[in-house]
Design a protein around this ligand. Structure first.
Ligand code: GSH
Length: 209
């Protein structure tokens, strides 16, 4: 670590800021937790737009620098304040696998998961499209089957035989599906993986409030 961290995490319970909080704690980095209101959207109050112009969560401030998007923030922390075992590095065998699942947990899954969320819960009832909801459910199921078979299989962790940012990424997306009551009928190994990850003290602390 060559720089002194001056970190503030903008956080709200049950949001993707859990990923970042989990990583900050695992890396033992000092930070200020800035809690945002999330009961109404967008998050925070108007002053939060100076940090995140779209007022989404999370955001990380490090001195004068602001980083948005949970996966980018995790990569920022690992790059700037690593090395950390939470990252699989280019000299390791499973570097490509790690990168794939790190991003799959957000960008690979978000389209059907967002449609499912919108058309089952977030939109006013008269704006929900049941056909779109059914399609999103089907597509989400395919992604979960893919993750079950190829990310997890009979592994304990996704890559590198240890907890990494790829686990933090996927665990949050499964948690979001669970919050939406859409984490039902999932393959047993995926269910067991999710139970293992969410029993880890790091997840428990980061997701507590
Ligand atoms: N890809 C972004 C997604 C950010 C995002 O959409 N966050 C949600 C909470 S988990 C949010 O702020 N939603 C409120 C809104 O969209 O107004 C990330 O990974 O940080």
């Amino acid at each position: 670590m060559t720089r002194t961290p001056d970190l503030t995490l903008y956080h709200a319970p049950r949001t993707r800021s859990i990923r970042v909080r989990w990583m900050l704690d695992e890396m033992g980095l000092p930070y200020t937790l800035h809690r945002l209101q999330f009961a109404t959207r967008p998050a925070g109050d108007e002053s939060y737009a100076l940090i995140h112009p779209m007022r989404k969560v999370p955001a990380l401030k490090d001195g004068d620098e602001v980083v948005l998007d949970s996966i980018a923030i995790m990569q920022y922390l690992l790059g700037r304040y690593g090395p950390s075992p939470l990252e699989v590095t280019p000299d390791e065998d499973e570097y490509g696998r790690y990168l794939h699942w790190l991003h799959f947990g957000e960008s690979g899954m978000i389209m059907p998961v967002s449609l499912l969320l919108a058309h089952t819960q977030m939109l006013p009832e008269d704006k929900r499209d049941p056909k779109l909801a059914a399609w999103a459910k089907y597509e989400t199921g395919k992604l979960l089957a893919f993750a079950s078979e190829h990310a997890i299989g009979d592994r304990e962790f996704i890559a590198g035989d240890r907890l990494t940012a790829a686990d933090m990424s996927l665990t949050y997306m499964f948690y979001l599906l669970k919050l939406m009551r859409q984490f039902t009928d999932v393959p047993e190994n995926l269910k067991a993986y999710f139970a293992r990850m969410t029993a880890l003290p790091g997840w428990v602390a980061a997701s507590a409030d």
